[in-house]
Write a protein of this length. Structure first.
Length: 299
């Protein structure tokens, strides 16, 4: 009978080892939602590397969204937040804001304009700026055979053109509203905006430059390119937001602030966005709304 007792003891040990420990359950992965096309480029850019090991942000598949995603993870780790993430992909634009409010999403990997973040400040913690006021330049994206946009050389040339955005993106909307456009269309879905431009139902939209892709964007039947010589200054700074209601929210925000400060002091944040081509060499571009720089100088 001794062997039966021994077998029972071994079985108990095995079953016990399979049960989640208190420590293990507290360190389970945090569910994170991310737009599917961003996640694809993120994976391709990493090419098997850890996001935490990235120091060179040049190369293929890099874009502002991908830089954001890497910077926030590096900052969290430097600040002492070591939980890992489980990624859920899909079309999650404004759904993310709702999830942040409910505490079902810890933070947004995609940085927010300060104006948009402040509108949610009762629901979220707002980080220090990762892209400072006056550093953000958007590309003018349009369908490749749209000759009207190709021929634009100066601000007044926009008078016969249409653009699309949403008032929900306060900084984008404010910037476009100040341009002398023929018409500014409202569409809340980013993918729908891109589709409208690709089909030439409207002439252009503002998007971050993506030099690693030749400033060209393709997704399914959508094909857009950025104007080769012009960019638009967007009047705002960008910040990460963390849910106040998420169980890990306060701890993650404190870690994020510590980590961002470390990265900023090393010059790593500006270096990342510059290497990615997001902060452009203005000797190669004309700022279409350069007169709006006075708003920066008066701050």
């Amino acid at each position: 009978m001794a062997w039966i007792q021994t077998t029972k003891q071994i079985l108990c040990i095995v079953l016990f080892s399979l049960l989640p420990s208190v420590h293990g359950s507290s360190e389970k992965r945090v569910q994170m939602y991310i737009r599917d096309d961003v996640y694809v480029d993120y994976q391709k850019f990493l090419a098997g590397r850890s996001a935490l090991d990235i120091t060179d942000f040049s190369g293929g598949y890099i874009r502002r969204d991908v830089v954001d995603m890497i910077i926030v993870q590096q900052a969290l780790l430097l600040g002492g937040f070591k939980k890992k993430f489980h990624y859920q992909t899909g079309n999650v634009n404004f759904r993310n804001t709702s999830l942040l409010r409910q505490g079902k999403l810890l933070l947004s990997f995609d940085s927010y304009w300060l104006a948009d973040a402040e509108a949610e400040q009762s629901h979220v913690f707002i980080s220090d700026a990762v892209i400072e006021y006056g550093q953000y330049y958007g590309g003018i994206y349009y369908a490749p055979d749209n000759m009207r946009v190709q021929k634009v050389k100066q601000l007044d040339d926009l008078a016969e053109l249409t653009a699309v955005s949403t008032p929900r993106w306060r900084t984008d909307w404010q910037t476009l509203s100040l341009l002398p456009l023929k018409r500014l269309e409202v569409e809340h879905s980013w993918v729908a905006q891109a589709h409208m431009v690709s089909m030439q139902w409207v002439d252009f939209m503002l998007m971050p430059l993506m030099p690693s892709k030749g400033n060209e964007y393709k997704l399914a039947d959508i094909h857009l390119i950025a104007h080769k010589n012009l960019v638009v200054l967007l009047l705002g700074s960008r910040h990460f937001v963390v849910s106040r209601r998420h169980v890990d929210g306060e701890r993650a925000f404190k870690a994020l602030q510590i980590g961002l400060n470390i990265l900023r002091e090393k010059g790593a944040i500006r270096k990342a966005y510059t290497e990615a081509g997001f902060i452009p060499d203005l000797s190669q571009f004309k700022v279409l709304n350069a007169t709006d720089m006075k708003l920066i100088e008066s701050r």
